[in-house]
Design a protein around this ligand. Structure first.
Ligand SMILES: CC(C)(COP(=O)(O)OP(=O)(O)OC[C@H]1O[C@@H](n2cnc3c(N)ncnc32)[C@H](O)[C@@H]1OP(=O)(O)O)[C@@H](O)C(=O)NCCC(=O)NCCS
Length: 183
């Protein structure tokens, strides 16, 4: 699926654009995720793992997502710079096709001004149009309280906790919480 541009003025009065990223922005998306992973211990990827991803794979992912009736990629831009990214897709196998998973990341300097909430809202509107969708789901490290609060405020319910699911490079241990939203 493709989202055409949505304009948004954040709490800090800065103006943002949310849309599906173009194929020629695939490297910018990887570069942004290298930064986010360096700033945020609570996402699965690391700066090294994002830096190693070939841009060709990212372009293929963008193309497949744009052509799919059950996948979407969105980015948020400030003055042309990509400052946030999110994506969602349904499982491909027939027994889980009614479920879609999502992920979201915002550069640290742009957090706390409403971008995460707005990006999630635009993402959820798109997911609700996925073929056969019934459940939207995600996993969050329980130590990631800002993300957890955002998801709860959007109506996501707690499905279950996997204890000590992650050991971060600092030694910090976090449980994993699976969350879901019925549509
Ligand atoms: C989680 C994340 C996407 C939130 O984005 P954001 O732009 O900072 O969020 P917003 O400013 O829209 O805030 C939305 C809600 O999140 C929660 N929140 C945001 N910052 C918070 C903080 N510092 N402490 C507690 N809750 C917070 C609040 O419930 C807030 O509600 P409000 O709209 O009533 O203020 C962002 O922090 C991020 O990208 N983190 C790094 C990557 C990450 O952790 N991704 C999620 C992995 S599961």
């Amino acid at each position: 699926m493709i989202q055409s541009p949505v304009l948004f003025t954040a709490k800090n009065n800065l103006k943002f654009e949310i849309r599906t990223p173009r194929e020629d922005e695939a490297q910018a998306a990887l570069d942004m995720m290298v930064i986010v992973a360096g700033e945020s211990p609570y996402i699965l990827g690391t700066p090294e793992s994002f830096a190693k991803r070939p841009v060709e794979g990212q372009v293929k992912w963008f193309q497949e997502s744009a052509a799919s009736d059950s996948a979407i990629i969105l980015a948020v831009y400030h003055e042309g710079r990509m400052v946030g990214f999110c994506d969602a897709r349904s499982y491909k196998d027939i027994k889980r096709k009614h479920r879609a998973g999502l992920g979201i990341s915002i550069l640290a300097e742009y957090r706390g001004c409403g971008l995460g909430r707005k990006l999630m809202e635009v993402l959820l509107e798109n997911i609700k149009r996925f073929a056969g969708i019934q459940i939207i789901e995600l996993d969050v490290m329980t130590n990631n309280q800002s993300a957890l609060k955002l998801y709860e405020s959007l109506g996501f319910k707690h499905a279950g906790v996997f204890p000590k699911a992650f050991i971060l490079p600092t030694g910090e241990v976090s449980d994993n919480l699976s969350m879901y939203l019925e549509v």
